[in-house]
Design a protein around this ligand. Structure first.
Ligand SMILES: [Zn+2]
Length: 289
């Protein structure tokens, strides 16, 4: 099964083997949590006759699919490695460890504790296609603080591997309960950029969908992709990888969904001002074909 290669040789969205490849480094915080690697200086003491002295970081490759344009890290972390990377995500110890490598993270982390302002615009975009109080499943929704229709729903369920405390009005459900509710909307927002196999993840959502259910997928529209529209020469421009290991194009999301028997209904490009940074999200709305 090509979707679980540990070092990708096929596209994670469309399966193509036409990949542009360019060397890059895995940022030290991720390398530490996933592999236990720390940056190290190779000095004369090492006695290595054929290697140059200097800093060594965890090496990887940037890959860009020449068919659908998705740009991604070649390492495809195992479930265990992913669990290590996201263990106690954004708790005090996680934040302290991360700030040691990335001092700038200290000013960013506080913004994650408030509901993001752009969500109202996404709700406005979705609302005309939904009942006034929709039944919503938020896949990977964390505490529910950023769940769509948090204030206006018939039910709001969260399926999330983290054990964080939920905001009021939200209910956590396990995999075995997925088929029990008729959801109007299944949401997977700001998750697919982190996962090793987006195909496997979306496939897990299918039991929660009936023919009338809409699936809303949202990912960051990364600056590198935005600033180089339709470029198939992005791999040499991506020299480091962090927790976003997949940079999607709209075409890549379409190919991914179509391979799973889903039909794209509409797409959304939305500029967002998160307070500490301006960016853009890419949303795709789909249903069972
Ligand atoms: Zn592809």
């Amino acid at each position: 099964m090509v979707s679980r290669e540990l070092i990708a040789r096929h596209c994670i969205c469309c399966g193509s083997d036409q990949l542009q490849r360019s060397p890059a480094v895995l940022m030290p915080f991720v390398a530490l949590r996933v592999f236990g690697h720390e940056p190290v200086e190779i000095t004369a003491d090492w006695g290595l006759r054929d290697l140059r002295e200097g800093m060594a970081y965890t090496l990887c490759n940037s890959l860009q699919c020449q068919d659908c344009g998705v740009l991604f890290l070649d390492f495809r972390f195992t479930d265990e490695q992913m669990a290590a990377l996201y263990h106690n995500y954004r708790d005090a110890q996680y934040n302290a460890q991360r700030i040691r490598y990335e001092p700038g993270y200290a000013s960013v982390v506080e913004h994650y504790e408030q509901r993001a302002g752009y969500l109202a615009e996404v709700e406005d975009w979705l609302a005309p296609r939904l009942p006034p109080a929709p039944a919503v499943l938020d896949w990977g929704g964390d505490s529910g603080i950023n769940s769509l229709f948090l204030k206006q729903n018939r039910c709001l369920h969260i399926h999330d591997i983290s054990g964080v405390e939920l905001v009021p009005g939200v209910k956590r459900i396990g995999s075995e309960q997925l088929g029990r509710e008729r959801y109007d909307l299944v949401v997977c927002s700001e998750v697919l950029e982190h996962v090793s196999s987006p195909q496997d993840l979306i496939r897990q959502m299918l039991p929660a969908m009936s023919p009338h259910t809409l699936l809303y997928i949202e990912v960051p529209h990364e600056a590198l992709v935005r600033q180089n529209p339709n470029s198939f020469d992005l791999a040499p421009l991506k020299r480091h990888w962090h927790e976003h290991i997949n940079f999607y194009t709209e075409t890549a999301l379409r190919r991914l969904l179509e391979r799973l028997g889903l039909q794209v209904v509409d797409t959304l490009n939305l500029p967002v001002d998160l307070g500490w940074t301006r960016s853009e999200v890419l949303g795709v709305l789909a249903r069972l074909a």
